[in-house]
Each structure stands twice: as C-alpha cells, then as structure tokens.
Design a protein around this ligand. Structure first.
Ligand code: SF4
Ligand code: SF3
Length: 573
C-alpha cells in the first residue's frame, strides 16, 4: 500500500511539473496514472494504478477525484446556505447525481465528468454569491476546499488517497464510499419524488469532514456509523417510494426464456425508466426484458400488467459482454453496472441518467422530467428477436410485504424445526472466479435452511433449484440491492415473533458478498442496526487499514470468508 502511495505521489509531482516542463508524450503517459481502490475488484486487493480492472481510464479516475473535490467545495458553502435557509433543491439533485456518477461501473465518459465539474463550479459560485456578508470566515482563513477554482484545481492534490495517516485515510475512504451508496439510493428515491433533507445535509457534512484534518479517527468512526444510520433511513425511504409508486412486489415466476418478437433489454436499477419504456413500447410489437439488477421489476404489480413485459434475459452485470451480443436488440443502461461495450453491440447500447460511456447515445431527461426512448424503439423494430439463452422460470418478489404475508408459516416452520437457519447472502456478484464459492456455499447449505437475498449476488444460486420447505422457497429474493430494507424488516419481524430483544439471537447468519459502494452502505446500515458476526467476501475492502479492521472486528466481529467448509461450520454454529 505504502509503495503504491509513494509511487503515486511521485507521479503526481511529475504531473504538476508536467504542466510546464514535459512534452505531450510524457504528459500522456503520466496522465494514465491513477489510483482507485473503491471496489472489490481493486487490483491485487490494493488498488488500480493504471487503467482500472473495470475499464476506467486513468484520466477519468483523475477527473472523478476532482469532481469529488468540487462536491466538497459545494458542500462547504451549502452547509452555510442551509443555515440561512438559502439551499436550493437543484443543489441537492446535482450532488446526488454527480456523486452517483463516480460509483463503480456508472460513468466512464470523460466529457460527462468534465461537464459535472464545470456545472459544479457554477453551482458553488452561485451559492457563494448568495451568502450574506459575515456568513464565512475571513478571506485568508478559508480552508483550501473553499478556495478551489477551475484554474487551480489541476495544481491541487485533491485525491482522498493522498491523506498521510493510514487510518484517517481508511476512514475517509470508508465514509466516502458509504456516502456514494447513500447518494445513489437517495437519487433513486428523489426521482420518484421522495426526499429527505437530513440525508442531503449528512452527505454535505460528510464530504466536508473528509477535508478537515482536525477531524480525527474517533470522530470519523462516528461519521461512518452515522452514515450507516442514514443508510437505514434512505433504504426505508426508497422502499416507500417504490412500493407507493408501483405497488408491493408479489411472488412471481419470472420467465427466463425468450419470445419471438424483437426486444429491448433494460438494465440497472431505475424503475421510473422502466415504466416509461413499457409505456412507450406498449402496442408496438416490441417486448421488454430485464437484465441484471432490473430482474426484480418483474414482480411489481404496476409492471406486470404490460403484455409486452416478457421476463428476464441473462444474468448478473459482468456477463453483459457475452449476453448483450446475443440479445440482438437495443439495450438501455439506467444505472450501474455498465462495462466497456464490445464492438458487436456498441451501436445498440444506450445510456441514460447518471450512466455514461464515451461514444454511446445518451437519452437525456426532458425539462418535464420524462424521457423519449424513440431511438431504441426505432432500432428495435429492425432487430431480430433475442437468441435464447435458457428457458423456464425463476421465482422472485419476496420483498417484506410478500415475505411477511407468510410470516406465520415461517415462524411455525422454525418452531417445529423444519427451518433451522436463515442465511443472508445478499450483496453483489462479480467476475472473479473465486465467487464460485457462493454457488458452492448455497449448494452445501443444509436442506432445512433458507437463503435470504437481495442485490445481484443472487445470480450465483437463483437458478440452482434448491427447492422449498413446505411451500416456502429456499431462496427468498427480496429484490434489488435497493430493496435491502426488506431484509431488515423481515429480520425485525422475526425477532418480534420470537420475542427476542437482540436481532443477533435470531437463527440468522450473514454471508455477504460485496462489489461496489452501494454494498458498502448496506454493510454500514447493518452494522448501525447492531448486526454482528457478518462474514464478508470474497475479499475484504482494500481501503480498510489494519487498525480500522481491528475496530470492526472488536465491535462487530466481522470476518473475511474462507472456505465453504470452514465458513459453513462457523455460520451454522
Ligand atoms: Fe479499480 Fe474498482 Fe476503481 Fe474500477 S472502480 S478502477 S476496478 S478499484
Ligand atoms: Fe449489482 Fe452492480 Fe452490487 Fe445493485 S448491479 S448490487 S454490483
């Protein structure tokens, strides 16, 4: 780690000198340098130092670091603006969207990030100009984050990784990545008209705190835990937004085969985009299929009424290269995870919202907040139907309402010994081979245990046919990672039913798989609820320092996963 940091610092120094001294070729080489460690696939469990494993270019990683710093500057002034009742809703939306754009596999487009930076400075300056005299400290005493400008930002070492103290750096990163998840979920709720000022304020406070050297380890731990509490609030808010807008998901057998019409494939997490796409394709002879994290949308009553909503195509995000190629029709990426597209389908993949990739067509939101998907519909009309990948159905739709409607049966099954344990296997999937562990683990679970899941982690075992226990499926799928709140409600209701004060006394174990920053937030949310003994994998985050890990182990008994046999012994303990 230290070696990477030293190397990086040397290159930053070079880059600064490069502004005036080195020629274009050298400068290009230096600009390829980067450091990013925010996801589980960080190179060698340390960090990506040239192009990211995800395909993010060094230049884009650098721009994302700068964008984050601009967001910190906005936050510095906007916290003041809030004190004077001068906050504008447009600022909240901008912070959520642009912060979300820096999440793994979301926006790879250099121009889009540059445009966020430009707009960010404009917003910051507008807020600044509105503040009354005396609202800010005297000019010469302003912190660096308040004085950044489009002209001096390239000279400043703005990256969080430049923090010297290893533990402060680790906590700043943990807080920042947790807040990326917070911003992403708040963005989803916002789009449906559900907002929580306390979350916006917390994000601003958290962002500024990562620039303040007087905020030490203890205070940062407090902020990290507060981030988890805000995570519970945001997930509850998003659950309300989704279910009040589209109804409560119902247990549904989702078709995983194909029909003989041309189709449009929609991926990501944005239900509002799906609604508009279904509305615009109704009666056109074009079918709509979900991919990846959009699978749970098949269980919402509001979407099930569309005849052209045909089911789910394919698997988790990392298989898109292979599966998009075979889909034959246009593909819409509404949020993460997009990966660099192959030439074979590049002309039929579209981005929208916070997603971006250079050279792809982006569908912008119109002034009235709607989107026009005509380009995809026109292209679909001339496309061949999708090539069949598999056939049959998979069952989903066990968000809290559906799960609780069978709560009596579940409680009874536990009391009579038919169900011995629930295994929460929520989180993310990823491309690394070691994730086969999760398939093996699901297979090896005793037949009287039930998996509770949410997020794209489910694709490692949701087609295994693990059967049911007296009609209760052995994989209870609560939905997207966005629906993780359902798992919390289910656990809390079970504790109530068994008269338990402590959620940790339930016959529930946690074997969580993480990949990106929404999963970091879900983990912090679980910790804030007092959940202990979580097994985390397939590797621990690269940004956790040994001392921060010690704190997590001492307080929450978090442990890394090992082998199926070893973990099974511990988790069934
Ligand atoms: Fe590497 Fe993950 Fe960062 Fe991509 S998001 S550059 S894979 S650490
Ligand atoms: Fe998946 Fe990207 Fe984490 Fe929403 S879509 S869970 S990885």
């Amino acid at each position: 780690m230290r070696a990477i940091e030293n190397d990086r610092k040397m290159k930053i120094r070079l880059k600064k000198r490069g502004k005036s001294e080195i020629n274009c070729t050298n400068r290009f080489e230096v600009e390829e340098d980067m450091f990013c460690n925010q996801c589980q696939e960080a190179l060698n469990v340390k960090g990506c130092t040239r192009n990211g494993v995800c395909g993010k270019k060094g230049e884009v990683a650098d721009l994302q670091d700068r964008l984050l710093y601009v967001l910190k500057s906005i936050s510095f002034y906007n916290l003041k603006a809030r004190e004077y009742g001068l906050n504008e809703e447009a600022t909240d939306r901008f912070v959520l969207d642009s912060f979300f754009a820096t999440l793994t596999n979301t926006n790879f487009d250099k121009q889009a990030i540059e445009s966020y930076i430009r707009r960010g400075f404009e917003i910051r300056d507008t807020i600044k100009a509105k503040l009354p005299e005396g609202a800010l400290p005297a000019r010469g005493t302003l912190p660096a984050v308040a004085t950044v400008t489009p002209e001096n930002i390239n000279e400043m070492d703005v990256a969080i990784h430049s923090t010297q103290d290893e533990d402060v750096r680790s906590l700043r990163e943990l807080l920042t990545y947790g807040m990326k998840g917070l911003a992403a979920y708040a963005h989803h709720a916002y789009i449906l008209g559900y907002k929580d000022k306390a979350i916006f304020e917390f994000i601003e406070k958290g962002l500024v705190s990562t620039t303040d050297d007087s905020i030490g380890v203890e205070a940062l731990i407090g902020l990290v835990l507060e981030c988890g509490q805000k995570g519970v609030s945001v997930l509850a808010l998003l659950d309300k937004a989704n279910t009040e807008t589209y109804g409560s998901p119902e247990p549904t057998a989702v078709n995983i085969g194909v029909r003989n019409n041309p189709g449009i494939l929609i991926s990501g997490h944005d239900l509002c985009d799906l609604e508009q796409l279904l509305e615009q394709t109704r009666g056109t002879g074009i079918d709509v299929y979900t991919h990846g994290e959009m699978l749970p949308a098949n269980s919402y009553p509001a979407f099930k009424r569309y005849d052209n909503f045909a089911g789910n195509y394919g698997n988790a995000w990392w298989k898109q290269n292979e599966e998009f190629e075979k889909f034959n029709g246009p593909i819409l990426m509404t949020t993460n995870c997009i990966i660099p597209p192959k030439e074979s389908y590049r002309n039929r993949i579209y981005t929208t919202g916070v997603v971006g990739f250079e050279g792809l067509t982006h569908i912008y939101e119109k002034e009235d907040g709607t989107k026009d998907f005509t380009p995809l519909i026109e292209q679909a009309k001339t496309s061949k139907p999708p090539e069949q990948l598999e056939s049959g159905t998979i069952v989903g739709g066990f968000a809290h309402e559906a799960a609780l409607s069978v709560a009596d049966r579940i409680v009874d099954a536990v009391k009579t010994g038919k169900i011995s344990r629930f295994m929460v296997m929520a989180g993310c999937d990823g491309r690394h081979k070691e994730r086969a562990y999760y398939t093996e683990f699901a297979r090896a679970l005793p037949k009287d245990s039930v998996i509770l899941t949410a997020g794209c982690a489910k694709y490692r075992y949701n087609k295994l046919d693990l059967g049911d226990i007296g009609g209760i499926p052995r994989v209870i799928d609560a939905g997207q990672c966005n629906d993780s709140y359902s798992l919390v409600v289910i656990a809390q209701k079970l504790a109530e039913a068994f008269g338990l004060e402590d959620i940790n006394d339930l016959p529930v174990s946690y074997n969580i798989a993480w990949y990106e920053q929404k999963a970091v937030l879900v983990l912090l949310a679980l910790l804030s609820l007092g959940v202990k003994n979580i097994t985390l994998g397939p590797t621990l985050p690269a940004f956790i320092s040994p001392n921060v890990l010690k704190v997590l182990v001492e307080n929450f008994n978090i442990r890394p996963n090992t082998t199926v046999e070893e973990d099974m012994k511990i988790l069934l303990g």
